[in-house]
Design a binder for this molecule. Structure first.
Ligand code: MRU
Ligand code: ZN
Length: 244
């Protein structure tokens, strides 16, 4: 399914004076996420679906220094999950030599196809990572209740917001040597936990999605707050569920 655009048309997909254009947003948000410690050392990132197009950052680069001209654009319509290295039909490839699309691409795709998400954020936040280490080794999920910030998180990441008395549950999957090998584990966890707004990856980080980039961002912020709170509560030996 190749989409034939002229060079000028393809370039126009990443050139805009609108600060809310996906190519500009990915650059700005990565700078903000860097300051939060979410995307340091090239890890983590964000992908935005804009109509029929998916905007992706390059792999292995300083995410806080990405420019719109470095952004890849893929058609959302794909016959299978686009794994890095497989045959792909890019609409726009950056002219900078040596750039490859993010290794997180198939994981972002899980959120786009299984939850109809408009954006997906991957962070290497130490709050997420430490939480996966403080929970019992065999814990398959993280559960928490009675926290005000739970109300900023949506059922399945894209539905109604949770209420104060609801219990948040985020599955935890094992890390793999290569990011793309997390794809099936993430999909399996999303099938098993349809209400989960995110997937934690043990010793690695978290994937969070939303209907829009704004919702993906605010939910990432609420979850990161809750992950940090949970690590402190676990260290203080306080229960995460209940209000005792
Ligand atoms: C510090 S390297 C981390 C990467 O291997 C990976 O975990 C990651 O999140 C970013 O992958 P990338 O391909 O650079 O977008
Ligand atoms: Zn990662």
């Amino acid at each position: 399914m190749s989409t034939k655009l002229t060079h000028e048309e393809a370039e126009a997909l990443v050139r805009s004076n609108d600060p809310e254009h996906p190519a500009n947003l990915i650059c700005e948000l990565c700078r903000d996420f860097y300051k939060l410690g979410w995307v340091t050392g090239t890890g983590g990132g964000i992908s935005i679906r804009h109509g029929e197009h998916v905007y992706l950052a390059p792999s292995g680069v300083q995410k806080e220094r990405i420019k719109p001209e470095h952004i890849f654009v893929l058609p959302f319509a794909q016959s299978s999950v686009p794994k890095p290295g497989s045959q792909r039909d890019f609409i726009r490839i950056p002219s900078t030599k040596g750039l490859k699309e993010s290794a997180c691409t198939p994981l972002f795709w899980n959120a786009f196809t299984m939850r109809e998400a408009g954006a997906c954020i991957h962070t290497h936040s130490q709050h997420a990572v430490l939480l996966t280490l403080l929970l019992p080794r065999d814990a398959k999920s993280f559960k928490m209740s009675h926290q005000e910030m739970i109300k900023g998180v949506r059922i399945g990441g894209v539905g109604k917001t949770l209420r104060f008395f609801d219990t948040l549950e985020v599955p935890i999957i094992e890390n793999t040597a290569d990011e793309e090998d997390l794809t099936e584990g993430m999909a399996e966890a999303m099938r098993k936990y349809p209400d989960a707004p995110a997937i934690l990856v043990r010793r690695h980080g978290v994937y969070v999605w939303g209907n829009t980039w704004e919702q993906a961002k605010t939910q990432s912020e609420c979850l990161d707050y809750l992950f940090e709170m949970a690590t402190k509560m676990l260290l203080a030996k306080l229960p995460l569920v209940g209000d005792e």
